[in-house]
Ligand binder design. Structure first.
Ligand SMILES: Cc1cc2nc3c(=O)[nH]c(=O)nc-3n(C[C@H](O)[C@H](O)[C@H](O)COP(=O)(O)O)c2cc1C
Length: 220
């Protein structure tokens, strides 16, 4: 039976231990990729790149970046796949035109071609504002990547896949291991995915805890 999405919001959790021999199927992996690709971003700018690591060699590279956070190492070793969420380190005209061309290919302007130039101007305006006026372009791009990660966590849970978002990573080491900076990216979040080992995973047996509506919500 299909569940209301709030069911997954309430039952997903950060799984800390994984069954090393249970792997995500090829079919589900395609869906995992779709979740990454179809996330929203401001002005559809998509300032991201993802690494999906599953080989022992790649996992070892990511594990190297957990030496300061040893509580994160085992989940990286035992999970089925690890998604490294990367943000772009800059945005130039060439990239903005690439996004625009993709929108053209996808038929975004078929019904109203006049929106094509307007969209390009609007997107450039936002990017330049963050680059030159607010001077927070890196932060702004990182926020778009985090938005993707948020919808990703909910999305994988609806596929029956467990996940653990990790900030406990030395991103300078991770960047170095994957040569990210030369490619114009930097790692911002690491998310092992797979199937929780519920016997080892205290988190799977403890209830979720969240602040009350009184604290977090104002309805006016
Ligand atoms: C951005 C982010 C970074 C996190 N980093 C870590 C981490 O490095 N290691 C870890 O064990 N849990 C990490 N967590 C898991 C949080 O502790 C967890 O999401 C929070 O306690 C809420 O619990 P839940 O995810 O089970 O609902 C992180 C969560 C988020 C959203």
């Amino acid at each position: 039976m299909n569940q209301d999405i709030t069911h997954y919001a309430k039952t997903r959790y950060s799984a800390k231990a994984y069954m090393a021999d249970k792997k995500i199927s090829a079919e589900n992996l395609e869906k995992v990729k779709e979740l990454l690709r179809y996330s929203a971003s401001s002005t559809n700018v998509q300032p991201w790149h993802f690494i999906i690591a599953s080989s022992e060699e790649s996992k070892a590279k990511i594990a190297k970046a957990t030496q300061a956070y040893p509580f994160n190492t085992k989940a990286i070793e035992d999970s089925s796949h690890i998604v490294v969420f990367c943000a772009k380190t800059s945005i130039d005209e060439e990239f903005l035109l690439k996004v625009l061309e993709q929108e053209v290919k996808d038929g975004r302007y078929d019904a109203a071609p006049e929106f094509k130039d307007r969209m390009h101007q609007g997107r450039s305006w936002f990017v330049n504002m963050h680059k030159d006026e607010i001077k927070d372009l890196d932060h702004w791009m990182g926020k778009q990547v985090y938005l993707n990660a948020g919808s990703f966590l909910l999305g994988v849970s609806a596929l029956g896949i467990d996940a653990l978002p990790m900030e406990g990573i030395e991103f300078d080491i991770l960047d170095e291991e994957f040569g990210l900076v030369e490619k114009g990216y930097t790692g911002v979040l690491v998310v092992p995915i797979g199937y929780a080992d519920k016997e080892q995973d205290y988190n799977s047996r403890t209830p979720k805890s969240r602040l009350t509506y009184k604290e977090i919500l104002t309805e006016v």
